[in-house]
Design a protein around this ligand. Structure first.
Ligand code: SF4
Length: 385
């Protein structure tokens, strides 16, 4: 779409303060269901091109099938019917090469990037599960409607299924390969991170052999959800799992890796300061305060948190800790750990060189704790329903 733009179009015009008119083609960002397409092509975001291509929605067919081609012939070459468990949502997905790569994945890139399927173009690995689900819901709905109304999408799925041109859904083996791939990427990122830092919190908190460092923010919903998952994990693994909790100051003033305007900053710093001041004032009180902040659905208001911290360690001790050099030093150490762990989203779980970045699903978390940390489950309770 050509958009008319009025800008200072040369240095002289700009210097004079006058504007001249130019007509320029501005890129149109693809949009579906009110969501803008994602742009990231980092190693994490392209993993699925090599293991599990994203699903199509009905409108993808209009974009992808050349008008002169017979849709059924075209689909046999380019698509497969994704088989799902009973009750699941059948989908069309790109065909795969013999090595499992999407057949549009060529020379390390997507040959149809501009029109790539909804399940590819609108998701990336920097989103949390909630954002994924928000985008998945309308994608699921339009596929369901396609099958209810037996539109071209459903007809193609049926024709491919009848012809045996199907692909299996995501099973245990694929999950394990995906998981191993993400771990390998995490290991490479960690090695490449500038200025590697030891991941110990402090001398007193040097990670035990099975220690897991948890980077989080009290105001971050994903961090709060992970807290509850970790509680369940601790009840399963008992003393085998040693957690080192690091509330990261997430504002651009305190944290060189955070940019002004980044989401999730609001008050995260104040809560991190307050909690760590409690730890400095009286280390055993930290766990109590941490639980008190994390248990409710939303973080308690700051004045109430301040009052409660005072009752735990005494108002004077709290004030001394809040204004201490040690608090600043410890927070900056956390910032360096956060930077070394790849910065970006929270929460993060770290064990040695392994980093679990962002909010993991139950299965991924269990892998991390069970296989990499080497824990044995002491209770058969599943991690999440
Ligand atoms: S269609 Fe493109 S983005 Fe989607 S999996 Fe294939 S190569 Fe990757």
């Amino acid at each position: 779409m050509g958009l008319r733009s009025i800008t200072p179009c040369c240095e002289r015009e700009a210097a004079s303060g006058r504007l001249c008119e130019v007509n320029m083609e501005l890129p149109v960002i693809r949009n579906e269901f009110g969501f803008a397409r994602t742009q990231c092509g980092c190693a994490r975001c392209s993993v699925f091109c090599r293991f599990m291509p994203g699903y199509l929605i009905p409108s993808d067919l209009e974009r992808l099938i050349p008008p002169e081609e017979d849709p059924f012939t075209w689909a046999r070459s380019h698509l497969r019917a994704l088989m799902v468990a009973p009750g699941g949502m059948p989908s069309l997905v790109p065909a795969q090469q013999a090595d499992g790569h999407c057949h549009w994945y060529q020379d390390g890139g997507c040959a149809v990037w501009q029109n790539s399927p909804y399940g590819c173009a609108f998701f990336d690995q920097h989103m949390n599960q909630e954002a994924h689900e928000q985008r998945n819901q309308p994608g699921r709905k339009v596929r369901q409607e396609a099958f209810e109304q037996n539109t071209l999408y459903a007809q193609l799925w049926q024709a491919l299924t009848d012809g045996g041109l199907v692909t299996a859904g995501r099973g245990k083996e694929l999950n394990e390969r995906l998981y191993a791939e993400f771990q390998e990427i995490g290991r490479r990122e960690n090695q490449a991170a500038p200025g590697p830092e030891p991941l110990a919190i402090s001398e007193a908190d040097a990670p035990a052999q099975r220690g897991v460092v948890e980077l989080f923010a009290y105001t971050c919903p994903a961090s709060r959800r992970l807290h509850h998952e970790m509680q369940r994990a601790q009840s399963r693994h008992g003393d085998q799992l040693v957690l080192h909790l690091l509330p990261v100051p997430m504002c651009s003033r305190c944290n060189a890796f955070v940019e002004e305007g980044d989401p999730g900053q609001h008050r995260a710093c104040e809560y991190a300061r307050l909690a760590w001041a409690v730890k400095i004032a009286e280390a055993p009180a930290f766990q109590t305060f941490h639980e008190w902040l994390m248990q409710p659905h939303e973080v308690p208001r700051l004045p109430a948190a301040h009052r409660y911290a005072g009752t735990l360690v005494g108002p004077d001790a709290l004030e001394r800790a809040l204004t201490s050099d040690k608090l600043e030093e410890d927070l900056q150490h956390m910032v360096r750990v956060y930077g070394s762990a790849g910065r970006g989203r929270l929460p993060k779980l770290i064990h040695g060189m392994l980093i679990l970045d962002g909010e993991p699903n139950g299965e991924t978390l269990e892998h991390f704790l069970g296989q990499l940390v080497g824990l044995k489950t002491t209770s058969p309770t599943p991690l999440s329903p």
